[in-house]
Design a protein around this ligand. Structure first.
Ligand code: GLN
Length: 490
């Protein structure tokens, strides 16, 4: 049963081949049996899941259930869940039990979906390997000596290990797409403002966006249809009602213009991974698309601009964790200053502290113009590059990450090497565009992701293009070794 995609599960539930309670029980058992290997969950919400499944079975029997009703999924532990600890991967929030649900969680609850639990992540979503989590690293199901990517590594690993058919995630600079690439899953970062950020712990508010991680473009579209929508509680929400993103998935793609940025195929990209990406582009040509050579002249400035803007916003967002209102508080503080210093010093890990220091520095009076303002100017130039390119092409394609999954520990001592993991994804957050990663082959048994970047609010188009590729190939259904699958990657 765990091999079923979300679309399969929806059909099976409706055909009464199994109940939501049965399939939920099945995934809970798998998590209990297998997750010591991967550490992809921080919290498993067994009782609640079975209650939700029972309620879903009633709705399904009544015959008026929405599409995702009864489907079990997992939520990244960055989304507030009423009555269930929401740690954000940090010691700071180890004891935090929110009194409310995030908008994304509300939407899934309203749709009747079942929450299996909360997935592991880099602390406050800062990282590209899931190694900064207070709850320990997540292991890549394709090779447990390697990282699953980050920061949504737990969500990606849970889907790749077939412990959940889909999981929610967030992407500030690549945290949905890069783990999707490293674990052979399909992950979508929608247009900034498409999904409400209400109740999602803030990292860098002008870049953060939620999205789905699943095993196919179709499944991602099903999840996105539930996640998207207008919400007055998030002032940056675009106010667009959700839509059925599965409509139009099968539209033929002949004549579609695919921009191939030359900056995405230079030094730094693994040769074998590049070959897989190029093979995918040729497959798109066979499917009728046209490849167009494009240039994004400022995109090489994305990583430096991001590592000014994101820490600046993080330093402001994380100031709320002061040991007073909620979260970790040190033992026996001497005075208020001691309370702040020790609570924050003990509650935040090294990478989070580094970001707060950098962010505070670039926002300080003497350096604001030199760093923060400059980075915002660069951000505008990067956005213009994409806007101009997307006047000539329908989508842009390239690699998601510079190489397949790397060994645990390989980059943890070198923050800059870790930051470069997101060279191909970060610019898209700076521009606010939608983008996704989907599997396009293996290198030495490790997955490679193809990135597809769409125009503003054109997620449906992007998913359609991905779906047509997945209809013609089956890389996305290849299962990690040791996980029984009736389908294997070509
Ligand atoms: N790896 C990037 C960072 O550490 C992006 C993380 C994310 O998208 N949340 O900031």
């Amino acid at each position: 049963m765990h091999q079923l995609t979300i679309a399969d599960i929806i059909r099976g539930l409706r055909a009464r081949q199994f109940s939501s309670t049965e399939i939920t029980r099945h995934f809970l058992d798998r998590i209990a049996q297998l997750d010591q290997r991967y550490n992809s969950f921080i919290t498993v919400t067994e009782e609640q899941a079975l209650r939700q499944a029972q309620a879903a079975d009633k709705r399904l029997a009544a015959g008026d259930a929405p599409a995702m009703c009864g489907v079990p999924i997992a939520h990244k532990d960055i989304f507030c869940t009423s009555g269930v600890r929401t740690s954000c991967g940090s010691k700071m929030l180890d004891n935090f039990v929110p009194p409310y649900d995030a908008a994304v969680v509300e939407n899934f609850n309203r749709a009747g979906s079942v929450t299996l639990g909360k997935t592991n992540m880099d602390e406050f979503a800062m990282g590209s390997s899931n190694e900064t989590s207070h709850y320990g690293a997540v292991k890549n199901p394709w090779d447990t000596t390697r990282v699953p990517g980050g920061s949504s590594g737990g969500s990606a690993a849970s889907v790749a290990a077939l412990l959940a058919p889909g999981a929610t995630a967030t992407d500030t600079g690549g945290s949905i797409r890069q783990p999707a690439a490293l674990t052979n899953t399909t992950g979508v970062k929608p247009t900034y403002g498409r999904i409400s950020r209400w109740g999602m712990v803030a990292f860098a508010s002008s870049l953060d966006q939620a999205g789905p991680l699943a095993r196919s473009a179709e499944d991602a579209a099903l999840m996105l249809s539930v996640m998207a929508g207008s919400d007055h509680r998030d002032a940056t929400n675009l106010g667009h009602a959700s839509q059925d993103f599965t409509k139009g998935l099968d539209k033929e793609i002949s004549g579609v213009r695919i921009g191939v940025p030359r900056e995405y195929f230079g030094d730094g990209l693994d040769n074998d991974a590049a070959a897989r990406i190029e093979a995918a582009l040729r497959e798109f040509e066979k499917l009728g698309a046209e490849l167009v050579d494009i240039s994004l002249p400022h995109v090489h400035l994305a990583v430096p601009a991001y590592y000014v803007i994101a820490p600046a916003e993080a330093s402001a967002n994380l100031s709320r964790f002061d040991g007073v209102r909620y979260g970790h508080r040190c033992e026996e503080p001497k005075d208020l200053r001691d309370l702040y210093m020790r609570s924050r010093g003990e509650g935040f890990g090294e990478e989070v502290q580094r970001r707060i220091l950098v962010g505070t520095y670039v926002l300080s009076a003497g350096y604001y113009d030199a760093y923060y303002n400059k980075a915002q100017q660069v951000r505008r130039l990067i956005k213009q590059d994409f806007v101009q390119a997307l006047e000539r092409v329908d989508v842009i394609m390239g690699p998601t990450s510079p190489s397949p999954a790397f060994p645990l520990g390989a980059k943890s001592a070198d923050p800059v090497a870790m930051y470069l993991e997101d060279t191909y994804t970060i610019a898209i957050n700076l521009a606010g565009l939608p983008a996704m990663s989907m599997p396009c082959g293996l290198v030495n048994g490790l997955p490679v992701g193809l990135q597809i970047i769409g125009n503003y609010l054109e997620e449906a188009r992007m998913l359609n293009i991905a779906h047509i590729y997945q209809r013609a190939t089956d890389w996305h259904l290849a299962a990690a070794p040791g996980l029984v699958s009736d389908r294997t990657g070509a």
